[in-house]
Write a protein that binds this ligand. Structure first.
Ligand code: TNX
Length: 546
């Protein structure tokens, strides 16, 4: 009597757990049946294809980290198992597609390729309980799924604040857990150069460090007088690239040009139009005591310590082009990505206007103005990068003065840049600051210091990457979208997590799920479960109302 009571109790418990099916991003098709499957330490992972090895490693690490046990890996199916199968060609699905079915007997994940299996495994993870346990009860489901967009990305700015290798890997894991496939790594900016370039060692010796950081928003309350710095060695970069690729994530490195280049100029002042002019700082009391002193003693260029758009940009001399080509030579050996991001945003033309050299060059090349000079700059670099078998991506300013012939445009100042680029038959990644800037505040009375703006969860969720203005043919040029994490006011991993969660989860559904499957009210229910997953991961997240 007592025994059957216990059995009944366990059964009810199992069934009530099994009801929880809250998958983000929403799959194309999910059917839930009665019953459940229980994963315990004896459940085996059946893998027949070597190409699924990384997927199994990921799953076992996840189980170990968050539930405290791993599963034995075997080659033959038995009772109580999770089977992974990569096949080529499940009818009606793209190569990233997968199916997942679970019932009392076990789980079967079939990928249309190893990528598909990996995403199927991510869905399995979403079926697991949100609390630590030795027995993991999952619902009986049938899922069929594939992504809507080919480009599902996020950018992390490590130029404004450096983030350690371990956190970069964690960030990559967060993307993988959301079935995202591009990590745009913003490696250089005015306030820090973060990638080791062997041919130009001062880039990291000088350019990766600054003597202080402005406190608060401009005009601020002075400098924190605390050194900030760090860079990734080429060995570390190779390791991170491999880490990402094991998760089917491509890393796109960004090397900013011609603007946002103060850190490189501090290292090699000849890259400036005016090597002998001092670095412009907003006001004297915003910079660190150390830099102020050094400049009083005759130092000309320093790595920037405030947040602004600066006039001191690369001068388009042969010296600069050779320098940038050297950088690219090393970058392309480190990153297998087809795409190299060359920045191109926010490059003021004031110094080019004042520079005799630039004015002479404009005349010589028959250019109309400084905007055309910027196009000349970008096009020349594009040609070089194309010669390495790579395609450039640039922020939408690269449209001004004539677009480089093969460039992909990343539209950030709204969607107009993207729309124009599509009309020129260029591929586009949407990243408008109106909807997917994850550095903006997520509530109107944000207590944390942020850059400003206001983009709440619903706003991100409501984002539609294909503008209405585009017809079906044109829409094909929209590769997808990405959320950007600019790090002026984000100086530690917990703050990054606070800024991306839960908004990254909303973005993942924008990018993955069919438009007609999106449902804000369902998402609001699902996100409550997802928040418990953040907690399980030990991740920080925004808990306020918005
Ligand atoms: C604009 S978006 C920038 C960044 C800033 C960001 C702050 C873009 C291409 N440039 O340099 O960090 O705004 O939100």
């Amino acid at each position: 009597m007592i025994r059957s009571f216990v059995v009944l109790f366990l059964l009810c418990n199992a069934l009530s757990f099994a009801q929880e099916v809250n998958i983000i991003p929403q799959p194309i098709q999910v059917t839930i049946s009665d019953g459940s499957f229980t994963i315990n330490a004896k459940t085996s992972l059946v893998v027949t294809n070597d190409e699924d090895k990384n997927t199994v490693v990921f799953l076992n690490k996840y189980l170990k980290d968050y539930y405290g046990f791993e599963l034995p890996i075997v080659k033959k199916a038995d009772k109580n198992c999770i089977q992974l199968k990569s096949l080529k060609g499940i009818e009606g699905l793209k190569s990233e597609g997968y199916s997942l079915s679970s019932d009392e007997k076990g789980v079967e994940i079939i990928g249309n390729s190893a990528i598909g299996t990996f995403y199927g495994m991510q869905t399995l993870i979403q079926l697991l309980p949100t609390e630590k346990s030795n027995t993991l009860v999952i619902a009986s489901v049938n899922v069929k799924d594939e992504p809507r967009f080919a480009y599902r990305g996020s950018m992390l700015d490590v130029g404004r604040h450096f983030f350690q290798v371990a956190f970069v890997k964690k960030y990559i894991d967060y993307l993988a857990l959301h079935k995202m496939n591009y990590f745009h790594w913003h490696l250089t900016d005015d306030q820090g150069w973060r990638i080791e370039i062997k041919k130009h060692p001062k880039l990291t010796e000088i350019g990766s460090k600054r003597n202080g950081t402005i406190i608060g928003h401009d005009p601020g309350t002075g400098s924190d007088n605390t050194p900030e710095g760090g860079f990734y060695t080429q060995e570390e970069i190779k390791d991170i690239v491999k880490y990402a690729s094991d998760r089917f994530i491509t890393i796109i490195p960004e090397i900013e040009m011609p603007g946002h280049s103060s850190a490189a100029i501090a290292a090699y002042p000849q890259l400036s139009c005016f090597p002998d002019e001092k670095t412009e700082q907003l006001t004297d009391d915003q910079i660190s005591d150390k830099s102020r002193q050094e400049m009083a003693n005759g130092r000309k260029k320093v790595v920037q310590e405030t947040w602004d758009v600066f006039n001191d940009v690369y001068v388009p001399t042969e010296y600069t082009f050779q320098f940038l080509q050297d950088v690219i030579d090393e970058v392309v050996t480190l990153f297998p990505s087809k795409y190299i991001h060359i920045g191109g945003d926010e490059s003021p033309k004031n110094n080019w206007k004042r520079s005799e050299f630039c004015q002479q060059l404009i005349k010589e090349k028959g250019l109309k103005d400084e905007h055309e000079l910027q196009s000349y700059f970008i096009q020349r670099m594009e040609k070089y990068i194309n010669g390495k078998g790579k395609t450039i991506i640039g922020w939408d300013e690269i449209l001004e003065g004539g677009i480089a012939p093969n460039a992909v445009v990343m539209s950030w100042r709204g969607e107009n840049g993207g729309i124009t680029a599509v009309r020129y038959k260029h591929y586009v990644i949407m990243s408008p600051s109106s909807h997917v800037y994850l550095d903006y505040s997520q509530t109107q009375n944000e207590k944390e210091l942020t850059i400003g703006g206001y983009i709440n969860l619903e706003k991100v969720y409501s984002y539609e990457p294909v503008p209405e203005e585009l017809n079906v043919e044109e829409a094909k040029y929209i590769m997808g979208a990405q959320g950007n994490v600019w790090a002026e006011y984000i100086n530690n991993p917990a703050k990054v997590e606070y800024m991306i969660f839960p908004r990254l989860s909303a973005l993942s559904e924008v990018l993955w799920s069919p438009k007609e499957k999106k449902n804000w009210s369902d998402f609001q229910t699902k996100i409550e479960t997802q928040k418990k997953r953040y907690s399980l991961w030990g991740a920080n997240y925004f808990k306020g109302q918005n």
